[in-house]
Design a protein around this ligand. Structure first.
Ligand SMILES: *[C@@H]1O[C@H](CO)[C@@H](O)[C@H](O)[C@H]1NC(C)=O
Ligand SMILES: *[C@@H]1O[C@H](CO)[C@@H](O)[C@H](O)[C@H]1NC(C)=O
Ligand SMILES: *[C@@H]1O[C@H](CO)[C@@H](O)[C@H](O)[C@H]1NC(C)=O
Ligand SMILES: *[C@@H]1O[C@H](CO)[C@@H](O)[C@H](O)[C@H]1NC(C)=O
Ligand SMILES: *[C@@H]1O[C@H](CO)[C@@H](O)[C@H](O)[C@H]1NC(C)=O
Ligand SMILES: *[C@@H]1O[C@H](CO)[C@@H](O)[C@H](O)[C@H]1NC(C)=O
Ligand SMILES: *[C@@H]1O[C@H](CO)[C@@H](O)[C@H](O)[C@H]1NC(C)=O
Ligand SMILES: *[C@@H]1O[C@H](CO)[C@@H](O)[C@H](O)[C@H]1NC(C)=O
Ligand SMILES: *[C@@H]1O[C@H](CO)[C@@H](O)[C@H](O)[C@H]1NC(C)=O
Ligand SMILES: *[C@@H]1O[C@H](CO)[C@@H](O)[C@H](O)[C@H]1NC(C)=O
Ligand SMILES: *[C@@H]1O[C@H](CO)[C@@H](O)[C@H](O)[C@H]1NC(C)=O
Ligand SMILES: *[C@@H]1O[C@H](CO)[C@@H](O)[C@H](O)[C@H]1NC(C)=O
Length: 458
C-alpha cells in the first residue's frame, strides 16, 4: 500500500486551542526514522536532505503547506510539511523548524523519516509522495481516561460529528481541506473534532483518507505490525502464565506499540492459570479480531492489551459484572451488612499486607442462610498497583458492585481492569472448586446480567 496518514484526527474534551496570538506550545506526538537504508553523512543524498530542510523551513514562514524536491535521480529527496491552517505564520514556522531540527538530530542518517506534532507534520523520503493518498505510516494518540457519562450514545454522536466535518473538509469550496466543529453531548461534556488533509490530494482522496482514519481510530489492519506485535505478546502471555500468575510486557517497534497485562486469581495453581490465559488469548482474537484495545475477563483470570500504557494504572473505566439471583436468606439486611464489613476488611488486607500480593479472601457468618450460614468474599488487585491505588480501585469496585447488583445476591463478581471483588453464598473463590473457565456471563444465570462482553476502550 502506498499510504501515509497526513491527517490529524484529534478528539478531545479539551477544546483545540487556536494558537493565534498566543505563544505557541508545541505538542510532540511521534517522530519516526523509518526502517530504510542508512545514508552516509558525506553523500549527495545527505546534502540534499539539508537543502530540502532549509528550503521547506523558509517556505513555512509564508505557507501552511509546501512540497519540495532536492536533487535528482537516485539522490532525489522529496519532502513536505503541513501546518494546521489556524496557526499563525510564526507558529507554523516555529513548528516546522523545530521538526526539521529534531529530524536532523535523530534521523539524518536515514533515507526516510516523518514527524508529527499536534500542530504540524513534516516528512521526507526518496519515494514520490506528492499528490498521492497515503495512509501509512500512521500514529494515534489517546487520552488516558476516556470517561463519558453515556458510553452507548457517544459513538453515534462521534460518528455523526466527524462525518459532518469530513463532508465540510472535502467540499470543493474548502481549499484548506480543514474543518473543526463542536457538538453538545451532555450539559457538562462537549465533543470537539478536527479533520485536515494535505492540500495536494483531491477531495475524493481526502474523503477516503479521512474515512479510513476514522475507522482506524479503534482498529488495526490485517498483517500490520500491530497485529504481529499483539500475536507475539499473546503467545508470551500463555507461556509465561505457566510460571507466574501475573505478567506484563510491551512490544515497542517504534510505531505500533502494544502493551499486555494478565492476572490470574491468586488461588489458582500455575497449570490452571496457564489454561485460563491460553484460552483467553484464543478467545480475545476471535471476539476482537481488529480492535486495538481489548480486555477479557474470566472468573479466574483477566487478559488485556492496549496501545496505551496500562501498567501500574489504576484503571476503572471499563468493567464486567457477573451475578446470580437473590440469596435465599431470611434477613437480607444482615447478609448485606456482613458482605460489606467482610469486604471492607479484605480491602485493607489486600492493599497493604505485602505478603498478600493484592489478594484476600474471607468469610462472614450469616444467620438464616439456608445453605451453609456463610458468605464468602474476595478482593484482588493486579500486583502492579499495590497500596493506596489498590485500595482506591477496590473501593470503587465495591461501590459499583453494590450500585449495579446489590449486596444481597447469591453470588456477584465485579471486575475492573486493575481490580475485582466478589462474594458468594457458595465457597466459589476458596480454591476448592475445580477450575471452571467460563466467560463472565454464565448461561442460565437467572438475572439477566448487564452486557459484559470484552469492552473495547476508546
Ligand atoms: C565519504 O567518506 C568516506 C570516508 O569518510 C570516503 O571513503 C568516501 O569516499 C566519501 N564519499 C563521498 C561521496 O565523498
Ligand atoms: C533550496 O535548495 C537548493 C537545492 O535544491 C539550494 O541550492 C538552495 O540554497 C536552497 N535554498 C535555501 C533557502 O536553503
Ligand atoms: C528508495 O530507497 C530504497 C532503499 O534504499 C530503494 O529500495 C528504493 O528503490 C528507492 N526508491 C526510489 C524511488 O529511488
Ligand atoms: C468516571 O466517571 C464516574 C462518574 O461520572 C466517576 O465516578 C469516576 O471517578 C470517573 N473515572 C475517572 C477515571 O475519571
Ligand atoms: C457513521 O455514519 C455513516 C454515515 O453517516 C454511516 O454510513 C456509518 O455506518 C456510521 N458508522 C458507524 C460505526 O456508526
Ligand atoms: C451547545 O450548547 C450551547 C450552550 O448551551 C449553545 O450555545 C450551542 O449553540 C450548542 N451547540 C450546538 C452545536 O448545538
Ligand atoms: C472497526 O472494525 C469494526 C468491525 O469490523 C467495525 O464495525 C467498526 O466500524 C470499525 N471502526 C471502529 C472505529 O471501531
Ligand atoms: C495477510 O497475509 C496472508 C498470508 O501472508 C495473506 O494470505 C493475506 O492475503 C494477507 N491479508 C491482507 C489483508 O493483506
Ligand atoms: C429458599 O429456601 C426455602 C426453605 O428451604 C425453600 O423452600 C425455597 O424453595 C428456597 N427458594 C429458592 C428460590 O431457592
Ligand atoms: C499479613 O499476611 C500474612 C500472611 O497472610 C499474615 O501472616 C500476617 O499476619 C499479615 N500481617 C498483618 C499485619 O496483618
Ligand atoms: C463465624 O462463626 C465461627 C463459628 O461460630 C467463628 O469461629 C468465627 O469467628 C465467626 N466469624 C466471624 C467473622 O464472625
Ligand atoms: C510490569 O509490572 C511491574 C510491576 O509489577 C513493573 O515494575 C514493570 O516495569 C512492568 N513491566 C513493563 C514491561 O512495563
Amino acid at each position: 500500500m502506498k499510504k501515509q496518514l497526513i491527517i490529524f484526527s484529534l478528539l478531545s474534551f479539551i477544546q483545540f486551542v487556536s494558537s493565534q496570538h498566543k505563544e505557541l506550545q508545541l505538542h510532540f506526538r511521534k517522530g519516526v526514522c523509518l526502517k530504510s537504508d542508512n545514508v552516509a553523512s558525506n553523500s549527495t543524498y545527505s546534502k540534499n536532505i539539508v537543502f530540502l530542510f532549509s528550503n521547506l523551513t523558509s517556505l513555512s514562514s509564508t505557507s501552511k503547506f509546501s512540497t519540495f524536491s532536492a536533487g535528482s535521480g537516485r539522490d532525489q529527496v522529496n519532502g513536505l510539511y503541513l501546518c494546521r491552517p489556524d496557526l499563525s505564520p510564526e507558529s507554523c514556522h516555529k513548528c516546522i523548524s523545530t521538526s526539521a531540527n529534531d529530524l536532523l538530530v535523530n534521523c539524518a542518517n536515514k533515507k526516510e523519516a516523518i514527524q508529527w506534532y499536534d500542530e504540524c507534520m513534516f516528512r521526507y523520503t526518496n519515494r514520490s509522495i506528492f499528490s498521492t493518498e497515503e495512509i501509512e505510516p500512521w500514529t494515534s494518540a489517546f487520552d488516558t481516561f476516556f470517561n463519558v457519562s453515556q458510553p452507548q450514545v457517544f459513538p453515534t454522536l462521534l460518528n455523526r460529528t466527524m462525518q459532518g466535518l469530513i463532508a465540510e473538509a472535502v467540499s470543493p469550496k474548502n481549499n484548506l481541506r480543514f474543518a473543526t466543529g463542536h457538538a453538545n453531548f451532555t450539559v457538562f461534556e462537549g465533543l470537539y473534532g478536527m479533520v485536515l488533509c494535505t492540500h495536494d490530494i483531491t477531495g475524493k482522496e481526502c474523503e477516503d483518507c479521512l474515512r479510513t482514519a476514522l475507522e482506524g481510530l479503534g482498529n488495526y489492519t490485517a498483517n500490520s505490525t500491530y497485529q504481529n506485535n499483539l500475536k507475539t505478546l499473546l503467545e508470551y502471555a500463555a507461556g509465561h502464565a505457566s510460571h507466574s500468575l501475573f505478567g506484563n510486557r510491551s512490544v515497542d517497534t517504534g510505531m505500533e506499540n502494544v502493551n499486555m497485562i494478565y492476572n490470574c486469581r491468586s488461588d489458582l495453581n500455575l497449570q490452571e492459570c496457564h489454561q485460563c490465559i491460553q484460552l483467553s488469548a484464543l478467545r480475545i482474537v476471535t471476539q476482537c479480531p481488529v480492535q486495538k484495545e481489548a480486555i477479557f475477563w474470566h472468573q479466574e483470570c483477566m487478559l488485556r492489551y492496549s496501545p496505551r500504557t496500562i501498567f501500574s494504572f489504576e484503571d476503572d473505566e471499563s468493567f464486567s459484572v457477573w451475578h446470580l439471583s437473590q440469596a435465599n436468606v431470611s434477613d437480607p439486611l444482615q447478609y448485606s451488612e456482613v458482605v460489606a464489613t467482610t469486604i471492607d476488611g479484605l480491602i485493607e488486607e489486600a492493599a497493604y499486607n505485602q505478603s498478600k500480593r493484592g489478594y484476600a479472601i474471607g468469610e462472614g457468618n450469616v444467620t438464616g442462610l439456608v445453605q451453609g450460614g456463610k458468605v464468602y468474599c474476595y478482593v484482588q488487585c493486579t500486583p502492579d498497583i499495590l497500596g493506596s491505588r489498590c485500595e482506591r480501585c477496590l473501593r470503587a469496585a465495591f461501590r459499583s458492585m453494590a450500585g449495579c447488583c446489590g449486596t444481597n445476591k447469591q453470588s456477584v463478581q465485579f471486575h475492573y481492569p486493575s481490580c475485582q471483588t466478589g462474594y458468594s453464598a457458595q465457597p466459589f473463590v476458596l480454591g476448592s472448586d475445580p477450575l471452571q473457565v467460563s466467560p463472565p456471563v454464565q448461561p442460565g444465570s437467572s438475572v439477566p446480567p448487564p452486557p459484559p462482553p470484552p469492552r473495547i476502550g476508546n
